[in-house]
Design a protein around this ligand. Structure first.
Ligand SMILES: Cc1ncc(COP(=O)(O)O)c(C=O)c1O
Length: 360
């Protein structure tokens, strides 16, 4: 949600005449956004880039992931999580999920090999994964955990923010994300060397002018986008509060109803409800269509697991044994809980949801 504050911030940048800054540190607004994000997460460094995809790709590059390496990730995620592995010429190893849609640590244990060079858990829908278990496995195998936190800005696991890490946390500022700059992203880390590499990698591997030292691209966040991100950072806690309020109304509405559940409920973590997603035992698609007919913008994320997308089918990943992933794609349904949803609207959604659930 943007208002006059973002408009003013964008205008200020336009009037300053400095639309971007290709120095190692980045522009004034980039640096300000990085300070705010690092402060929220409680990390030493936040490095702004121009998408969540760039955040993931540069993180893999910084760990020197290359041909012959394997990276473990869930098959139930947005394609970007896997595409960046392919971009590094490495092999994605798809793991199954648990009933709350987070990557299954037991399946990571089964799939980890000497070739595994990173694990990318995804804090799906704004709900943190089992970080302790995953870090334990990663440490035992000396591999980094690259958190895909594209959907989880502000979420907490055992009192710590997602992306509060010595390895890497990757955030997205895409238009529909928890906060936005239109397009944008960032990486968080406590590792000085990692942050240094990432700052170079977002800028053709340069540190002091035209002195390319390592491979990098143009993944710089423009100043206008960074200015929007700064304003949005100030609104983040309010946004999360609104999401939680709306989610609580839906939680109450479905409590005790047969055939439907909200599965992201472990009490050692705090969901930000980027997506409020229910598990529908019965006719999910019929429920989806009924709610849509009532003007409720529900959606399915996702109907196809990544390993069954055309690219990955062609690479031979279609027949993997991932029973919980295949169940999830047929059962999940996300309902609107964004800060734009008013109290009257969420009551309407709750009423219509209950009525429709009784019918399907
Ligand atoms: C789980 C996940 N990973 C990665 C991304 C990629 O982020 P972006 O669209 O900013 O490149 C997204 C969002 O689009 C996402 O939801």
């Amino acid at each position: 949600m943007v208002d006059d504050r973002e408009t003013k911030a964008a205008l200020d940048v336009l009037q300053s005449g400095i639309l971007t800054d290709a120095s190692y540190k980045g522009g004034k607004n980039v640096q300000e956004f990085e300070r705010k994000l690092a402060g929220l997460l409680g990390v030493k460094h936040a490095v702004a880039v121009n998408s969540g995809t760039a955040a993931l790709q540069t993180s893999l590059m910084a760990y020197n992931i290359k041909q012959g390496d394997e990276v473990i990730l869930p098959a139930f995620t947005f394609e970007a999580t896997a595409n960046v592995v392919i971009a590094c010429s490495a092999k994605p190893v798809f793991a199954d999920i648990q009933s709350d849609y987070t990557i299954d640590p037991e399946d990571i244990k089964r799939k980890i090999t000497k070739r595994t060079k990173a694990i990318i858990p995804v804090h799906l829908y704004g709900y943190p994964v089992d970080l302790d278990e995953i870090r334990e496995i990663a440490q035992a195998n000396s591999v980094p955990v690259i958190e895909d936190a594209a959907e989880s800005l502000g979420a907490e696991y055992k009192g710590r923010q997602t992306g509060n890490t010595n390895d890497a946390g990757c955030f997205s500022l895409y238009a529909t994300k928890v906060i936005t700059s239109g397009e944008g992203g960032a990486i968080s880390t406590n590792d000085d060397e990692m942050a240094d590499k990432l700052r170079m990698m977002r800028n053709h591997g340069m540190r002091d002018g035209y002195d390319t030292r390592i491979l990098g691209y143009n993944y710089r966040l423009p100043e206008m986008a960074a200015a929007l991100a700064c304003v949005q950072m100030d609104k983040l806690l309010g946004f999360i509060e609104a999401r939680r309020r709306n989610a609580a109304v839906l939680n109450d509405a479905i409590a005790g109803l047969p055939g439907v559940s909200m599965r992201q409920t472990k009490t050692d973590r705090k969901n930000i409800f980027y997506l409020y997603t229910i598990h529908v035992d019965g006719q999910r698609d019929k429920l989806h269509d009924m709610l849509r007919a009532k003007g409720i913008g529900c959606s399915v994320y996702w109907r196809t697991p990544v390993n069954r997308m055309e690219l990955y089918r062609n690479l031979g990943f279609a027949d993997l044994d991932l029973p919980h992933v295949y169940d999830a794609v047929d059962r999940v349904l996300s309902l609107p809980v964004s800060p734009a949803v008013t109290p009257e609207e969420i009551d309407y959604i709750a009423t219509e949801l209950v009525a429709a659930l009784k019918e399907v």
